[in-house]
Design a protein around this ligand. Structure first.
Ligand SMILES: *Cc1c(COP(=O)(O)O)cnc(C)c1O
Length: 360
């Protein structure tokens, strides 16, 4: 049975990437060893990490002002590492658009003041607060946003702009490299890899180099300083070689798809198809505000909790897996990251139609 995996993360990887990794797992090029057995400083791995970085620079169109870093610990470690390096007792602004934003806020409070400029918590994070209402701190250390809210299923349609002199920082874990944006407007972007970039356990961090100089080296341990990663090319210690290798393959694949512009067209078509179907049905509904709906995580419901559970189970039986909503919000969720082909959307809609007929 053909499986379409709608998991929110770790999520589906492109099939071509999985096949390539499978082939190279036991024997990488002419090394006689598997990719995971080779020294991170040796002649085989160095070109892999260099190519991974070059791919990020190409895909995001980065200037030399930016560093590209591969850091262990996923996005959650960045929640702490950012304020540890950049806050230093000051005030940073946060837009609270979901569970992940609030986790970032909680960590920041350990290192300074986290000022919440706007929140949609009261309405269960069903929308993105309009930027004109944000109550921003003049001279804040940074402004932090979550570009796509994986659990609530909302997404910034347009990236906001921070006031002059305030670096804009975005957690892009669940929509990085899925749509075009102007990286030069950001001080930093970061993403846990397991949604759009590769396996879990690693974060991709893109950072304006001058920001790394803000760290107080006497207070932040070596492994937790951005400057260490910049100076050592992400190889102060043994880096997450499998994550970097897989990211290199995924980013090669993305370039073959026409880069971010190419995949964005496909992503827009996928999301439009699914939302159009849901909107045309009186059986299914979306809790997220229409104008803020995520093109990566489509959160929806059937008429009851019981039918939601039946939907998830029946879908699984026909090869449409991992459609259960996040445990905090319930319902159903189809995560349709870059690796999900349009055929997966067609199969899902086809099943949804049948389920509706059988259960309404
Ligand atoms: C998944 C996710 C995270 C957490 O990533 P980890 O790599 O598990 O730490 C953080 N932010 C967002 C928006 C996410 O979707």
């Amino acid at each position: 049975m053909k499986i379409y995996n709608f998991a929110a993360g770790p999520a589906m990887l492109p099939e071509a990437v999985m096949k390539k990794a499978q082939a190279e797992f036991c024997a990488f090029q002419d090394s006689g060893s598997g990719i995971m057995e080779l020294s991170h400083r040796g002649k085989y791995f160095k070109p892999v990490i260099d190519a991974a970085e070059a791919n990020v620079r190409q895909l995001l169109n980065l200037s030399d002002d930016y560093a590209v870093l591969f850091i262990q610990g996923g996005a959650s470690m960045q929640f702490a590492m950012i304020p540890m390096n950049l806050l230093n007792g000051g005030t940073a602004d946060f837009v609270d658009t979901g569970v992940w934003s609030s986790k970032a806020i909680k960590e920041a409070k350990m290192f300074g003041t986290a000022n919440v400029v706007a929140s949609s918590k009261e309405t269960k994070y069903d929308h993105i607060p309009c930027a004109s209402t944000w109550n921003q701190t003049p001279g804040a250390a940074y402004l932090h946003i979550t570009s796509n809210n994986t659990i609530a299923g909302t997404q910034y349609k347009d990236m906001p702009t921070a006031p002059a002199g305030v670096p804009l920082i975005a957690d892009m874990s669940s929509d990085i490299m899925s749509r075009q944006f102007d990286a030069s407007k950001f001080g930093m972007i970061y993403a846990g890899a397991q949604k759009n970039l590769g396996p879990s356990g690693m974060a991709l961090v893109v950072m304006r180099k001058d920001l790394a100089a803000r760290t107080d080296d006497s207070k932040v341990p070596t492994m937790l300083r951005y400057s260490t990663y910049i100076e050592e090319g992400s190889m102060f210690n043994t880096p997450p070689t499998f994550g970097i290798y897989m990211f290199k393959l995924v980013s090669d694949w993305l370039i073959e798809q026409g880069g971010i512009a190419g995949i964005e067209k496909i992503n827009n078509a996928k999301a439009a198809k699914l939302y159009d179907f849901i909107d045309s049905s009186s059986f299914y509904s979306c809790p997220a505000a229409k104008e803020d709906r995520s093109r990566m995580n489509v959160v929806f419901r059937t008429p009851s909790d019981e039918l939601d559970a039946k939907f998830v189970a029946d879908a699984k039986a026909v090869g449409l897996t991992e459609l259960k909503g996040h445990r905090l919000v319930g319902g159903c969720r189809a995560s349709i990251y870059n690796a999900m082909p349009i055929e997966g959307i067609d199969a899902l809609i086809d099943f949804m139609k049948k389920f509706e007929v059988a259960n309404r």
